[in-house]
Design a binder for this molecule. Structure first.
Ligand SMILES: [Cu+2]
Length: 287
């Protein structure tokens, strides 16, 4: 194979990879380990991930092919020493240029998608203040007012996993606040996490898909102390109608589980994807 042909092959491999990114390769291989996103931003990151894995596999197959070809083609056939080649300029150019093209393409798509995912629209439909502390989450619906005049909020307790209720098909802005150390807000199904840093006002937005309804586990993704692994919450995506009904019930003084149960959610409106940690230490030591 001439070097020019090899470079051509490498470039077209990268091109094909890019094309495949938006297609169903990911579905065929179960997302190469990634869940399907429930947000529009998540879809873009999912496609980038699939494209990157396919590119890595294409390079891998190319390299394995070369290795096996050399093993077979140049295997030892006798005692005679084969011709010793010191320099091969075309090939040295090839293995300098080809990786650069791969890196440039990956960088190009990463920069585009990262900028896109980080973009904040001016008028989100819902704004939630996420307050993280050791080892709990509080979600404040900043543009609402409860019966006591304060904004409606949901906070976890020893026996209660906080449920964050959001409407499908809407844009949600999260403003993050930490009360102590660095935490990280993470819902695996939105394919995104963002650190909650004391003294830093981290923000991000998601656009939930129209069909995003469901219950999804949320976690703290930054080691924050003894009970870090218990610092969970649940994201409950409802229809926009259920969401406004939920807000009215909360405004009327109902708690999150009461409001969700009144809307007909199973499990009396409690989290279904994660469970409270048993805080009875004596029970643990005796078992
Ligand atoms: Cu944490």
């Amino acid at each position: 194979m001439s070097p020019a042909r090899a470079i051509g092959l490498a470039v077209s491999a990268v091109g094909v990879t890019t094309l495949l990114a938006g297609c169903s390769v990911g579905d065929a291989f179960n997302g190469f380990g990634w869940p399907k996103a429930i947000t529009e931003q998540g879809d873009r990151m999912y496609n980038l991930w699939i494209g990157s894995v396919v590119a890595a596999l294409a390079v891998g197959v190319f390299v394995w092919g070369l290795i096996f070809w050399c093993v077979v083609r140049y295997r030892k056939r006798g005692e005679e020493l084969p011709p010793q080649t010191r320099y091969n300029m075309p090939f040295e150019i090839l293995y300098t240029v080809a990786p650069f093209i791969v890196i440039a393409v990956l960088f190009f798509y990463t920069a585009i998608i990262q900028t896109d995912v980080d973009r904040l629209s001016k008028n989100p439909d819902v704004t939630v203040e996420v307050i993280a502390s050791k080892w709990n989450w509080q979600f404040v619906y900043t543009d609402t007012k409860g019966p006591d005049g304060a904004a409606i909020s949901t906070v976890g307790a020893d026996d209660y996993i906080p449920v964050l209720v959001l409407p499908a098909g809407k844009t949600v802005q999260f403003n993050e606040v930490s009360r102590d150390v660095i935490h990280s807000f993470w819902v695996p199904d939105i394919l995104f996490k963002r650190d909650v840093i004391p003294g830093v006002e981290n923000k991000f937005q998601i656009k939930l898909k129209d069909n995003a309804e469901g219950a999804y586990v949320g976690r703290c993704a930054e080691l924050c102390g003894t009970y870090h692994s218990m610092m969970n919450f649940e994201l409950r995506v409802t229809t926009p109608e259920q969401y406004s009904e939920y807000l009215s019930l909360r405004k009327a003084g109902k708690s999150t589980p009461e409001a969700l149960a009144a809307l007909g959610f199973p499990n009396q409106g409690y989290a279904t994807k994660t469970h409270p940690f048993d805080t009875d230490r004596t029970k643990r030591s005796s078992s």
